[in-house]
Structures are given as structure tokens and as C-alpha cells.
Design a protein around this ligand. Structure first.
Ligand code: SAM
Ligand code: SF4
Length: 316
């Protein structure tokens, strides 16, 4: 186990496997998407595996695969298998927009993925198309069904809450938990990349969910989420508040980008290059990165995130 300079134990790696995506969510990507990174700029599956193993040597036990959209990466199932086979990896999770899950849910399960988070910001097909620019909501529902059929229980559905965009659907999302054993998670929009300059009213605190659904009863916390349940409901509601509550004091995370840079914090510009390093040198570079984790972010300040990259590059 390794502690950073502020006494936090680092156990959780978010591994971005591509910055490409088949959607162009309005708050995450520009309409034209991202330029395909020059061939060779994105790490090979083996490099990503070795970087993960180095993080595990420093105490990481939980790995989340993310992106861009991780399921557009060629070899994603194989990569999941490779990561799960690293001794010391206790939990392998993946965050996806769900669009390609239909055919991939079972192979991912068989490769050792333990948990899935599926992002869906609206339950209305026309609005879904507006928010994602390219998405088809029915494909996400097929993905969710395929995930359940493949044996993924306790699915988490991520909804980024945006004032004037989808906050009129809070109750519809919460009602999903009455019959489905899912955790519907509302996440505060963070001012990064394309949404950094958006009208302040779009950045709605997740407390709004409790104000509008007074029947929700607190049932504890799970990682960074405060959890609630409607009386008698099958599932739960999670509220994630990076803006209105700073949870940096408990942060256990590091991140690795698809081009092989270790990011000690989502919102700092600091990056430690890992490519080309092997063995003890690679482990030492990860150690250095952990030691450079800042005490907290300053998202609430004017200027917001200091990350020089947008979410599709870092993976959220
Ligand atoms: N493509 C996958 C997906 O959408 O789930 C994985 C990558 S995406 C960057 C990971 C998560 O970050 C998604 O739930 C997305 O909605 C969220 N996200 C992206 N930009 C965000 C922002 N500015 N503030 C808060 N969440 C954001
Ligand atoms: Fe793609 Fe996920 Fe960003 Fe949407 S949030 S554009 S699905 S990476």
C-alpha cells in the first residue's frame, strides 16, 4: 500500500484506453470530435497492461477502464482479460456509454469485468440524440438488457445533471429504481473543456434531487456517492457532488491516459510520462506520480479545472 504526501492511500486506478468516441456529448466533446491521434501515440494493450501492473505494485486494487468510449477500442475484451489476470487486481470495472454493449456484454463478463457503469443522461430518445449528437437511446437499452442477461448485477446508471437540459427528468430517473435493482447516479457537471464556459445555471447541485424527491431516505455512502432509497424500492439513488462537496481528502485515485501519462489528479495539469519505462523504472515513475498528488482541486475558483485535457481524454 502506498500513501501520498497527505496520508491518502492510493488503491484505485482509472485507465483510459482511447480518447475516441462514437458519441459527441455536448458537454464533453466538440461536434467534430477529436482528431484521430497519430498512429503509435496511443499505448498498445501490452503497454496499458504493464502500466496497470506497475500501479498494482504501488497498491492499486481496483481498476476502472474508461475513455473516450472504451468499447470502440480494438482488443478491449482482450485488454480486460489481461488486466484481470494481473495478480492483485481485486475488482475490474468499466464505464461505457452502453451503445456497443449489446454484443460485448457477455464477452466482457467472461473476460472478468466485475461491474459496469453505463452513462445515460436522458430517458427521452429525441433529447438523447440532442445531447449525444450521434446516439440512439434504444441501443443503450439493448446494452443494459444484455448486461443484465450476462450476469452484471447492481448496474450503475450515470446521469450528468444539467439545469435546463435534463433536470425535468429527475423524478423519471429516480422512479427507475422502484423496479430495477440499479443505482441511478446523478453527477454534477464539472466545468471542463467544452462546457467550461457554460451558463452557471447549468451547473446544478445534486442536492436538487433531494429537494425534488423528498421521499428519498439516506442509506449510507459508497465511494464518492451519497446513497438514498425510495421506500420499498429495488434500487438506490447515488449523488456525486464534485462541485458542491470537495471530496479530495478521501481521494484514492490515480489516472493513466491512453497515451501513457499518469495524472495524479483529474483537475491538475501535472502529468508523468510512463511510456518507454519498464520494470522497476516504471514502478518508480508511478510512485513519483502518487507522491505528487495535490491536496485538493480548485474547481470552484474562476477558471475551473486546471487539466489541460478534456474528459474524453482523461476518462472522468
Ligand atoms: N464514454 C464513456 C461514458 O460516457 O460513460 C466513458 C468516458 S466518459 C468521459 C465518463 C463519464 O464522465 C461519463 O459518465 C460522462 O457523462 C462524464 N462526464 C464527461 N464530461 C463531464 C463533465 N464535464 N462533468 C461531469 N461528468 C462528465
Ligand atoms: Fe463519449 Fe462518454 Fe464523452 Fe459522451 S461522455 S462524448 S460518450 S466519452
Amino acid at each position: 500500500m502506498m500513501e501520498d504526501t497527505f496520508g491518502r492511500t492510493i488503491t484505485y486506478l482509472r485507465l483510459s484506453v482511447t480518447d475516441l468516441c462514437n458519441y459527441r456529448c455536448c458537454y464533453c466533446m466538440a461536434p467534430e470530435g477529436v482528431e484521430k491521434t497519430a498512429h503509435g501515440a496511443v499505448c498498445s494493450l501490452e503497454e496499458l497492461r504493464d502500466m496497470t501492473a506497475a500501479a498494482v505494485a504501488c497498491g492499486v486494487r481496483k481498476v476502472r477502464i474508461t475513455g473516450g468510449e472504451p468499447l470502440v477500442r480494438r482488443g478491449i475484451v482482450e485488454l480486460c482479460r489481461m488486466v484481470k489476470e494481473i495478480p492483485g487486481v481485486k475488482e475490474l470495472c468499466l464505464t461505457t456509454n452502453g451503445s456497443l454493449l449489446g454484443p460485448l456484454a457477455l464477452p466482457l463478463r467472461e473476460a472478468g469485468v466485475d461491474r459496469l457503469n453505463i452513462s445515460v443522461d436522458t430517458l427521452r430518445p429525441d433529447r438523447f440524440r440532442t445531447i449525444t449528437r450521434l446516439g440512439e437511446l434504444s441501443q443503450v437499452w439493448e446494452g443494459i438488457q444484455a448486461a443484465e442477461a450476462a450476469g452484471f448485477s447492481q448496474l450503475k446508471l450515470n446521469c450528468v445533471l444539467m439545469g435546463g437540459v435534463n433536470d425535468d427528468e429527475i423524478k423519471d430517473f429516480v422512479n427507475l429504481t422502484k423496479t430495477h435493482p440499479w443505482q441511478v447516479r446523478f453527477i454534477e457537471l464539472m466545468p471542463m473543456g467544452v462546457c467550461a464556459g457554460w451558463d452557471r445555471r447549468t451547473f446544478l447541485p445534486v442536492e436538487t434531487v433531494r429537494e425534488r424527491c423528498s421521499e428519498l431516505e439516506p442509506v449510507g455512502t459508497e465511494g464518492v456517492a451519497s446513497c438514498y432509497r425510495l421506500p420499498g424500492a429495488a434500487g438506490t439513488v447515488g449523488l456525486i457532488a464534485p462541485m458542491s462537496h470537495v471530496f479530495c481528502g478521501d481521494c484514492s485515485r490515480i489516472r493513466i491516459t491512453a497515451d501513457g501519462k499518469l495524472k495524479p489528479c483529474l483537475h491538475s495539469g501535472e502529468e508523468i510520462p510512463l511510456r518507454g519505462l519498464t520494470g522497476a523504472d516504471l514502478v518508480q515513475a508511478v510512485r513519483q506520480g502518487i507522491a505528487r498528488k495535490p491536496e485538493r482541486h480548485h474547481l470552484e475558483r474562476r477558471g475551473g479545472s486546471e487539466a489541460r485535457r478534456s474528459m474524453n481524454e482523461i476518462g472522468g
